[in-house]
Design a protein around this ligand. Structure first.
Ligand code: FE2
Length: 376
């Protein structure tokens, strides 16, 4: 069994996710300390992904970790085990104060090889990989459900941090109800904050793109209350702003979400479109972000575009007051993503494809940010 770990950044921790193809007892060692995957004291051996939560500061300091596993045949007493196997990995935390290189992919829709090529844009200079939803077109199979981790490992080799969100297509299929077993979570939620070097991220999760009672879902989803809970979470982040986005070490504030919730596809002749959901909730999210969090930019997918949207254009009818970067488009043969360099309070944005062609590029001044948290 190949060991292919992915270091996902969530909250103040990393969740190291290791896909497995056998029943194993697995541990991760960081600076001599063992981390196990257990539930209420019982080690988990029957799963598709072994997960280990490591405090960020410990892995950042150690810059290395070792994964060990033993194939196990569970018995009531004296379970049988095969010879242990170990593999060590180096880790490159985001330690720089500036010049941060992020590659963002979304809406890959199963094009694994192309996504891996596109995500290799920065090579060894990559600081952070973001996979922002709809990496598969559904979670109908285990293979589709594991695809984000497979792509993330192929690009990062377990040596660089990743942020992996879920998209609406990840909620469609046999394994949607078990998606939390395949994806990184923070306190059992898909929304959280995380800080990597000078960049603070607010990761939001819209869930599906149509209302809970849409016939396509056949009553399998309940996102309305989940989004309301998320509004309460945003309020809590604002209440704790001093330890979140107003923390001394934060130079850039970024919102990440698969669905660009500032987009309202409303047509007066047609009326409310079936994708225009939660208008009150999403308008409130935009207001809270504009007035309180004041992000420098946002990274989104879902609409299959690679471009930067500014106020009141096609994809920002709700008026998000920071650049909306749409960073994922599946071409008929290719995958297009966004290479982002944050430097000197500017974002150098390059949209590139799987052949490393530069499609377009532009530099955006992150003018919303003024040290001390004031907005222009
Ligand atoms: Fe989507």
């Amino acid at each position: 069994m190949n060991v292919c770990p992915v270091v996902c950044a969530v909250g103040s921790s990393y969740m190291i996710c290791v896909p497995v193809s056998a029943k194993v007892l697995m541990s991760v060692f960081v600076d001599g300390e063992e981390y196990t995957n257990n539930k209420c004291g019982v080690k988990i051996s029957s799963c598709w992904v072994q997960k280990f939560v490591i405090p960020q500061e410990k892995l950042d300091r150690a810059k290395a970790y070792t994964v060990t596993y033993e194939i196990i045949y569970r018995e009531a007493y004296c379970s049988k085990k095969e010879k242990p196997v170990s593999e060590s990995f180096s880790f490159n935390p985001v330690e720089k104060k500036d010049d941060i290189r992020i590659y963002h992919l979304s809406d890959v829709h199963g094009k694994k090889a192309s996504a891996i090529k596109a995500g290799g844009y920065f090579g060894e200079a990559l600081d952070l990989l973001i996979l922002n939803g709809d990496i598969s077109s559904s979670t109908q199979t285990v293979s589709e459900s594991l695809l984000p981790l497979k792509i993330a490992f192929a690009i990062t080799k377990g040596e660089r941090p990743c942020i992996i969100t879920r998209g609406n297509h990840d909620l469609r299929g046999k394994y949607a109800e078990r998606i939390g077993e395949f994806y990184p979570l923070c306190n059992e939620k898909f929304y959280y904050t995380v800080k990597l070097g000078p960049v603070w991220f607010l990761v939001l999760d819209c869930g599906e793109d149509k209302n809970d009672d849409h016939r396509e879902y056949a009553g399998t989803i309940a996102f309305h209350k989940y989004r309301q809970e998320e509004t309460a979470f945003i309020h809590d982040v604002i209440r704790r702003s001093a330890e979140e986005y107003e923390n001394d070490g934060v130079k850039y504030r970024c919102v990440v979400s698969h669905i660009p919730f500032m987009h309202t596809d409303y047509n007066p002749e047609r009326g409310i479109h079936e994708f225009d959901i939660e208008i009150d909730t999403y308008t409130e999210w935009v207001r809270l972000l504009n007035e309180r969090v004041r992000p420098d930019f946002g990274l989104f997918g879902h609409v299959h575009q690679v471009c930067v949207v500014t106020d009141s254009e096609k994809y920002n009818q709700k008026g998000f007051r920071a650049p909306v970067i749409l960073g994922g488009e599946p071409g008929s043969e290719s995958v297009e993503g966004c290479a982002l360099t944050l430097k000197n309070n500017k974002a150098e944005i390059v949209f590139s494809d799987d052949k490393k062609n530069i499609l377009t590029s532009e530099t955006v001044h992150l003018s919303h940010f003024i040290p001390g948290g004031n907005c222009i």
